[in-house]
Write a protein that binds this ligand. Structure first.
Ligand SMILES: NCc1[nH]cc(CCC(=O)O)c1CC(=O)O
Length: 312
C-alpha cells in the first residue's frame, strides 16, 4: 500500500486501562502495516480530573472523550481509542466511529477480598459502584446492601477496596482481564443478574470523517460480530436518550444470522426494573435496538428515566 504519511497518532486517556487499549490498537495497526509508525498522545480528560463528584451530576460520559475529540479536530491526533461503553451516542461534526474491535468478556465482575459472591455478602455490607445500572440491579437482588459511590480509574477503585472502604466492588471484567488481574475477579456476574452496559468490553476507534488514509489503515481491525452487537445495544440506548449516566443495560449476542438483544431500564433504588428482549436478522441490528427501546418505553421507561434526570 502506498502511504503519503507513515505516522499515525492515537489520542488516549492516561489511565492504565486506556493506555492498554491504545497500545493494543497500536500493536494491531503495526501488525497489519509493518511500515507504519504509531505514536500515542496521552491526555487527561475532565472525567479524569473531576473525581469527587458522582458522574451523573457532572454531565456523564462525554467528559471522557471531549479532549480526545478536540485533539483530532485540531490535527494533533488521527484517531482516538475508546471503551465503547464511554462513547456517547452522537459524535461531533466531522468525526465518526470507524472501527469496533473484537469484544472482551462483557460481564460485570464481583471483586472482594473476603467474599466469593454477591450472595455471600452479609446483611448491610457496603458495595462500591458509581454506575446507576449496577446499583439498581444489585439493589433489586439484595435490597439490604449499602451502595456507596466509587469513582476513579480501575487501580484507584481497587486501592479503595483494599483500604477497607468497601466490602466488595463491581467492575467490568474486561478492564481487569486487560490489566492482567484475573485473580481479582472473585465471581463473574451473569447477564441475567447484571445486564452489562451497552458496548461494555468492546474497544472502538474514532477518526475524522474525511480521513480516508486513516480509515483504510483501520479496516483490518474491524470485528463484524462485535459491530453487530454494539450497533444493536447503542441503537437501544440512543432511542432511550441514554446520553449520560443512566440505569440502562443493553446486551446483544449473535447466533448465526440472528442477533438476540436484551434490555433493561431500572429505577435507581431497584424498586422497579423493566426488562425486554427481542431477536431478528443481523442486518436489522439497529432496528431491533430501536424496537426494544420502544417496548421499554411502552412499559414506562420514560417515567423512570425522567425521574433519574430530575434527581441528577
Ligand atoms: N466506566 C469506566 C470504564 N469504561 C470501560 C471500562 C471497562 C472496560 C470495558 O468496558 O471495555 C470501565 C471500568 C469499569 O466499568 O469497571
Amino acid at each position: 500500500m502506498i502511504e503519503q504519511t507513515n505516522i499515525l497518532r492515537i489520542a488516549t486517556r492516561k489511565s492504565a486501562l486506556a493506555m492498554w487499549q491504545a497500545e493494543f490498537v497500536k500493536a494491531r495497526l503495526e501488525h497489519f502495516h509493518p511500515s507504519l509508525t504509531v505514536e500515542l498522545v496521552p491526555m487527561s480528560t475532565q472525567g479524569d480530573i473531576i473525581l469527587d463528584t458522582p458522574l451523573a451530576k457532572i454531565g456523564g460520559k462525554g467528559l471522557f472523550v471531549k479532549e480526545l475529540e478536540q485533539a483530532m479536530m485540531d490535527g494533533r491526533a488521527d484517531i482516538a481509542v475508546h471503551s465503547m461503553k464511554d462513547v456517547p451516542v452522537d459524535f461531533p461534526e466531522g468525526l465518526a466511529l470507524h472501527t469496533i474491535c473484537e469484544r472482551e468478556d462483557p460481564r460485570d465482575a464481583f471483586v472482594s477480598n473476603q467474599y466469593n459472591t454477591l450472595d455471600e455478602l452479609p446483611q448491610g455490607a457496603v458495595v462500591g459502584t458509581s454506575s446507576l445500572r449496577r446499583q439498581c440491579q444489585i439493589r433489586a437482588l439484595r435490597p439490604d446492601l449499602q451502595i456507596k459511590d466509587l469513582r476513579g480509574n480501575v487501580n484507584t477503585r481497587l486501592a479503595k477496596l483494599d483500604n477497607g472502604e468497601y466490602d466488595a466492588i463491581i467492575l467490568a471484567a474486561a478492564g481487569l482481564l486487560r490489566l492482567a488481574m484475573p485473580e481479582r475477579i472473585a465471581a463473574y456476574i451473569e447477564p441475567e443478574m447484571s445486564l452489562p452496559a451497552n458496548g461494555q468490553g468492546a474497544v472502538g476507534i474514532e477518526c475524522r470523517i474525511d480521513d480516508v488514509r486513516v480509515q483504510a489503515l483501520l479496516t483490518p481491525l474491524e470485528h463484524t460480530a462485535t459491530r453487530i452487537r454494539v450497533n444493536a445495544e447503542r441503537a437501544m440506548n440512543r432511542r432511550l436518550e441514554g446520553g449520560c449516566q443512566v440505569p440502562i443495560g443493553a446486551y446483544a449476542e449473535v447466533e448465526g444470522d440472528t442477533v438476540h438483544l436484551r434490555g433493561l431500564v431500572g429505577a435507581v433504588d431497584g424498586s422497579e426494573i423493566l426488562h425486554a428482549q427481542s431477536s431478528g436478522p443481523v442486518e436489522q441490528a439497529e432496528q431491533i435496538g430501536i424496537a426494544l427501546a420502544e417496548q421499554l418505553l411502552a412499559q414506562g421507561a420514560d417515567k423512570i428515566l425522567a425521574e433519574v434526570y430530575r434527581d441528577a
